[in-house]
Design a protein around this ligand. Sequence first.
Ligand SMILES: Nc1nc2c(ncn2[C@@H]2O[C@H](COP(=O)(O)OP(=O)(O)OP(=O)(O)O)[C@@H](O)[C@H]2O)c(=O)[nH]1
Ligand SMILES: [Mg+2]
Length: 221
Amino acid sequence: MPEKEKVSKIIELNEDLIENNERLANENNQTLKKYNIKSFDIVGAIGAGKTAILEILSEKLSKKYKILVINGDVATRIDADRIEQHGVKTIQVNTGRECALNSYHISQVIKNIDLKDYENGILFIENVGNLICPSDFILGAESRIVIVSITEGPWVVRKHPLLFKMSDIAVINKIDLLDIIDVNLEEMINDAKEINPNLKIIATGAKTGENISKLIEALEL
Ligand SMILES: Nc1nc2c(ncn2[C@@H]2O[C@H](COP(=O)(O)OP(=O)(O)OP(=O)(O)O)[C@@H](O)[C@H]2O)c(=O)[nH]1
Ligand SMILES: [Mg+2]
């Protein structure tokens, strides 16, 4: 096959993949809505604090809501175990060579559990730590939260516009380290606003608990 045809075949395959993913994501969304489950897809850089934030949210919200966390991780269930220590049920999905969850993973999980157990509750999905791969694969959650931290450098927002465009809430975490890391938080916030003027942006310190209540407000929980 000539090189040009090969390339267009690959593009076609990719488009099919994304289209199929979207179709299944819509089905997931409908299923979750049927049970009135509020769902959040949490994406972000490796080590930005996704699990740390989920630990605090689990602690603060589990008395008010039934909560399920789906943890995407390449190989381990370290994050799921951390979250379970806060009395919240988790389901681990190991993605192996895949650098993001996709809607098939989520559909398999929600098909194999009794969603009635989480009726009127919350589903948090922690995606695999990655700022690139998840942008192509929506999961069917109601809202997407992107989490970065100041330790990824002052340009982390600007360098990953797609995820910020596709998200509803942006969290800039680890602000307890502002004194020792040379970044301008205002500039990072402005970068995010410029990319997506509709974003709700919260700067948090998961270690200290700073602004977690603002995040809960932004999540409307
Ligand atoms: N100082 C400080 N450390 C934090 C904060 N949030 C998380 N950490 C630390 O950063 C490290 C990574 O945090 P995780 O919560 O595992 O990050 P993650 O985004 O879930 O990481 P992956 O799932 O591996 O992508 C841990 O050692 C946390 O204790 C924070 O707000 N401030
Ligand atoms: Mg994690």
